[in-house]
Write a protein that binds this ligand. Structure first.
Ligand code: PLP
Length: 248
């Protein structure tokens, strides 16, 4: 099950999630949290879905289909988080992969202060993995140092933090998986270079697909990274802005 927003450029958001999850052999149940006005360059506006409709969709789907993993992306507003948390409290065994989306790559806001705080306080404690990029990690963890920021987030409840390194520099990307009581695990991936629209969504959705297929968290991350690398290598120039990963 995916709970994320619509990016009508098709680069990020729920389309990215649906494509990645389908390509990895799973059937997505897409629940829309918000609508954005967006192209491949930036986000210009956004509005949340009626939380009551989201609540009904979650209940309706759970009564009908087995759900093997949940992926969250942009959530629209803090009320949508509350609805989601009510649902998660009744389904504690479903692995939750949370991409704590705050800003689009172009700089447009996808979360206000209330939503950020609600995610931290209420949603992260249910997450098996949260997948912040370096900007989100510094903001959420309150520290420019990635390890310290990750540990601050672990202290506030989530089980693990996958700090993604795509925004850095150098020949390789290092994604680091932090747990509370273990040394971090570092994944080294080739860096293709450039900025792509929707890579964070694609990665988190692919991890959820791995978990839904019965892979361990680490194996899901490894598979997801390979998948994202391939999608970026074949990225499509669909607009004037960032190329879109080819998730087909
Ligand atoms: N979700 C939605 C609806 C978005 O519009 C965006 C970015 O524009 C994102 C998530 C995050 O995108 P990315 O995967 O590039 O971090």
């Amino acid at each position: 099950m995916i709970i994320s927003g619509l990016d009508p450029s098709g680069g990020a958001g729920i389309q990215a999630d649906i494509q990645a999850i389908t390509a990895l052999g799973c059937h997505p149940l897409p629940v829309l949290s918000c609508l954005t006005v967006q192209d491949t360059r930036n986000v210009y506006n956004a509005t949340a879905t009626d939380p009551e409709i989201v609540r009904q969709q979650l209940q309706c789907l759970a009564a009908d289909s087995p759900i093997h993993a949940i992926k969250t992306g942009a959530l629209g507003n803090a009320d949508v988080v509350d609805v989601l948390v009510d649902f998660l409290a009744g389904h504690p065994d479903i692995p939750l992969i949370t991409d704590p989306v705050i800003k689009a790559a172009g700089g447009g806001d996808l979360a206000d202060e209330a939503l950020i705080e609600r995610m931290k306080q209420r949603l992260f404690p249910y997450a098996e993995i949260i997948t912040p990029n370096s900007i989100e990690l510094a903001l959420l963890g309150g520290d420019e140092d990635a390890a310290r920021a990750a540990h601050n987030l672990l202290e506030s409840g989530c089980e693990s933090v996958l700090a993604t390194g795509g925004h850095g520099e150098g020949d390789e990307i290092i994604n680091s998986l932090y747990y509370r009581d273990q040394d971090p695990l570092h994944f080294h991936i080739e860096r293709i270079g450039g900025e792509y629209h929707g890579t964070g969504c694609t990665l988190a959705a692919s991890i959820a697909a791995g978990r839904a297929s019965g892979l361990s968290a680490r194996a899901s991350i490894a598979q997801a990274q390979n998948y994202v690398l391939r999608a970026i290598r074949h990225a499509l120039k669909v607009g004037e802005g960032q190329p879109v990963p080819d998730r087909g």
